[in-house]
Design a protein around this ligand. Sequence first.
Ligand code: FAQ
Length: 330
Amino acid sequence: MYAQMVKTGVDKLQSLDEMSARERAFQERIDADKRIEPKDWMPDSYRKTLIRQISQHAHSEIVGMLPEGNWITRAPTLKRKAILMAKVQDEGGHGLYLYSAAETLGITRDQMFEALHSGRAKYSSIFNYPALTWADIGTIGWLVDGAAIMNQVPLQRCSYGPYARAMVRVCKEESFHQRQGYDSLLALSRGTDEQKRMAQDALNRWWWPSLMMFGPPDGESVHSAQSMRWKIKLFSNDELRQRFIDLSVPQAEVLGLKIPDKDLKWNDERGHYDFGEIDWSELYEVVKGNGPCNRERLSERIRAWNEGSWVRDAALAHAEKNIHRASANN
Ligand code: FAQ
């Protein structure tokens, strides 16, 4: 049903008759909901698509540590500081599972980092916006982690085994992240007038960029048709975006906050909220590198990579020493 919604590129998909015997057997395995594992034969383009998506996902996790990491020393209480530290560490862990999953496809971690640092590989547009106040941290947990969960829960059932399995733990942790963000925002929205204003201001700034996290509209999504055929994606960008909106509106009502969309309205016939026009030119600009924090985020990642080289060298030297010791003892 959802595959029918994605029109772009559907006409270019090969029919089973046009495929080689190997390609057909591969597609039939996917159609039968069987998992593909690293040693299985796979079309080159399936491998490339997965490397692109999984490595971009991994980059998003580690770049995503930056806006929140900036707030660890400024968290208002010890409890909030401990929670934020744990969350940021979790995001680092997610990056590591995902880099490992991508490595099973034959790309090295150094190659992935080189692609990120040179600007060839993307990461989620959302992390190119600044976290200006403490309310932004709660809003990132509520909306950004909320959008990430919406996108990632179906990925637990995607066709590539190592990616699907990595998502199981990631989703459990993201649920905790989303709840802590919501809880933090609830405290602000029940606080002083100034705290409520701060929470509303954060929602005003993060709402539309959060909707853009799901990617371009289906009609402009170049990869969706093929990725859905291969069950790398199980739902279209628009479908997940709509689900996210439907879930978030009542949550905003409980917070007593107003979603900044004058066209947001329940549509009985569709059984969904109607919503206003998304400014897609903003997404395309941010993805091109022209968002408010693109340069800062990338230069911070490059700095961390360069300054961490002695740690990587030391870990490697230690591992080599252990191998020599083990072989000398045998
Ligand atoms: N930002 O044809 P489509 C998180 C690119 S994790 C930047 O629709 P596709 C956790 C897309 O790459 C968040 N680029 O592409 C956390 C493609 O360009 P390419 C990350 C975007 O792949 C929370 C082009 O546009 N999650 O938040 C964006 O089928 C809090 C055409 O688009 C994932 O990565 C965008 N928003 O669908 C961490 C989930 N949208 O590669 C810290 C896995 C599209 O040809 C704190 N990824 N593009 O050069 C996916 O599900 C998919 O890759 C989509 C895009 C849905 C993101």
